[in-house]
Design a protein around this ligand. Sequence first.
Ligand SMILES: [Zn+2]
Length: 174
Amino acid sequence: MLSNRGQLSGKGIEESLNQSNKKFASKSSLDYNYSKIKNKMIMGIKEQLENKGLRATNQRIAMLEYLQSTKVHPTAEQIKAAIEQDMPIANMATVYNNLKAFVAVGLVKEFSLSPKEPSHYDGNIERHHHFIDQQKGKIYDLPLERAQVQFDLPEGFDVQDTEVTFYGHRKETS
Ligand SMILES: [Zn+2]
């Protein structure tokens, strides 16, 4: 009887421990996500620029804000056109200089789809892949884990980073 009861209560304790562990785990991951979101909100565009040692001019703030809010992977011309709806921009050179500065400090990624085409700019600096709709020219972000690519590397080398661009078009629907 006693040992039975002992076993029962032992099991009961384990169960309640498991439950509180589960609660703890889910609570802490929630807290973590919440603080990540909060940090992102607190860390405004201005602070992001200043943290990287860039002067937070209105034009830079507008450009970075636009780049971080859009998914279109715009070209410099498209960025200028989008910003100009809110503020006049003197010239393309300023836009290019600002973009160069963003890329240099890692606030924005630059990539080109072909050497003939102008660069595209990406405010999503998390590592990710791209899918290009060849018919519409639209660029989609793909999460990193969707593409695990293995290559035979030159001997003695190690992969540090992978970024893949997929090209394709919409399936024909019949
Ligand atoms: Zn992207």
